[in-house]
Design a protein around this ligand. Structure first.
Ligand code: AMP
Ligand code: ZN
Length: 467
């Protein structure tokens, strides 16, 4: 399998630390609000990555955190605590907010056929682990106390900007104009490991620590939760591109300073879904959620299909027109699949051959659109119905588009089914004519005629109508 690695900026062969086993980590959501469909684009593509690894024979253990403490409105340790902001907005406690939005996130993921990671761990579960890591960082001289907070000292590292291209100006990303710089920091990019003398006096969640009552910074959770469940070596770490700096850069800094060796080999970053006005945001206008799409009559799986049509390393623009188009294509595809006749013996050798082909195609840097193209190739092939069904079912392990699940997706009901059936027959006739099997071509025309469908060969292709 090949994956683009943000650390080396190259597509590389994926070779895990322990042969055959993959330690995979995903930065989870900050549960102060619903996830928007941009966030979910990242989780869909990470889900496909996990399933592609499994499809290629790897034994994957995937861990995800839930950020329920420590994430401030600026990624650079300033601004208001996001969780507190959510709690105030809804007149609830931070823990109530965390529970409500964690459940909402899990339910969105289920609707999008995103598999739940093997381990899902809220940050607030792991305070002793955070304290331990911070103590070690202090002992090793990578951390210091200033203004009662504990900071990571980025000047102690040989190279801090591991993803390249960043300059100190990058710290401005996400920093609001009204946020003042933290003067306790020795270096501009130092980051908080533990807040003790918090300027947020109404901070709801606080824990005792060797440095006084306080709460953890945002970045420490992913290093600790990752190590707690996956050990000191991680194979692949995922997140949206905005996580690259400062979050992932800081995760690497503290994890490698802690363990004294390289931590994670491959970094997988999903590019953003934007709306037509630019960046997708939770505070701007109509906030695009899975529930909103459902209210508007869209099938969440059609959104998954929309996401799979594009490569994860390209920004994607969302519009209802684009989603309408994807929905129509998805319905047509699904109806085509559902109308495959259940006939013939499954040819296992063919299933295996296509499995290999699909594993290589999608395994080439999670090329989902090429995977979908392969699906159409199966539909067009001259394999018998049951073999086609078996292959598509196998592909759908990765794509998770419910292609063989007959349900309300064909809301157009009988009409859609008829269209799919006729189109499949027309395709079959085309193939027969190509193979000069005119007898079969005529038989298909007659079969359609017996069902009241007339087909006509025109210069623009085959047209059909009801008699
Ligand atoms: P958050 O809940 O803000 O911590 O974000 C959850 C995940 O969504 C992170 O991996 C982010 O990098 C990712 N993310 C944030 N905005 C977008 C977007 N517009 N498109 C894709 N992924 C995003
Ligand atoms: Zn993280």
């Amino acid at each position: 399998m090949y994956i683009y690695n943000s650390l080396t900026k190259k597509v590389e062969e994926f070779v895990p630390h322990t042969p055959g086993k993959v330690a995979m980590y995903t930065c989870g959501p900050t549960v102060y609000h619903f996830a928007h469909i941009g966030n979910l684009r990242s989780y869909i593509m990470e889900d496909v990555l996990e399933k592609t690894l499994r499809y290629n024979g790897f034994d994957v253990k995937r861990v995800m955190n839930i950020t329920d403490v420590g994430h401030l409105s600026s990624d650079a340790d300033s601004g208001e605590d996001k969780m507190l902001k959510g709690a105030k907005r809804e007149h609830k406690s931070v823990m109530e907010i965390a529970k409500y939005y964690t459940d909402a996130f899990m339910s969105d993921c289920a609707k999008l056929n995103i598999k739940t990671p093997d381990v899902v761990e809220p940050a607030t579960n792991c305070i002793p682990e955070f304290i331990h890591m911070i103590e070690v960082l202090l002992e090793k001289g990578y951390a210091y106390k200033a203004g009662e907070n504990i900071y990571f000292d980025t000047s102690k590292l040989e190279s801090y900007y591991v993803f390249g291209n960043q300059s100190s100006d990058d710290l401005k990303i996400g920093v609001r104009d009204d946020v003042t710089e933290d003067t306790n920091k020795r270096n501009k990019n130092d980051f908080v490991l533990w807040f003790t003398k918090s300027k947020f006096e109404d901070q709801a969640l606080k824990w005792d620590s060797p440095w006084g009552v306080g709460y953890p910074g945002w970045h420490i959770e992913c290093s600790c939760i990752g190590m707690k469940h996956l050990g000191e070596y991680m194979d692949i770490h995922c997140g949206g591109v905005d996580n690259m700096f400062p979050h992932h850069t800081n995760e690497i800094a503290q994890s490698e300073a802690f363990s004294g060796h390289k931590w994670c080999k491959y970094w997988f970053h999903v590019h953003h879904l934007n709306d037509e006005s630019g960046k997708m945001s939770k505070s701007k206008g109509e906030f695009l959620t899975v529930s909103l799409l459902e209210e508007k009559g869209y099938d969440p799986i059609a959104y998954r299909f929309f996401a799979l049509l594009s490569h994860y390393r390209k920004p994607l623009t969302f519009s209802y027109d684009a989603l309408d188009q994807a929905t129509a294509t998805y319905k047509k595809l699904k109806n085509k699949v559902l109308s495959i006749p259940e006939e013939g013996e499954v040819d296992e050798s063919k299933v295996e051959e296509w499995h290999k082909n699909f594993a290589e195609t999608v395994g080439n840097d999670v090329n989902t659109s090429m995977g979908i193209t392969l699906l159409y190739d199966v539909l067009k092939s001259d394999l018998n119905g049951n073999t086609k069904r078996a292959i598509i079912d196998d592909f759908d392990y990765v794509l998770s588009l419910d292609l063989l699940k007959a349900d309300e997706a064909s809301e157009g009901g009988e009409e859609d089914e008829l269209t799919a059936y006729v189109e499949a027959k027309i395709e079959e006739r085309k193939q027969a004519k190509k193979a000069k099997d005119f007898e079969k071509a005529d038989a298909i025309r007659n079969e359609l005629l017996s069902k009241g469908i007339v087909i006509e060969d025109t210069r623009e292709g085959v047209k059909w109508k009801r008699q």
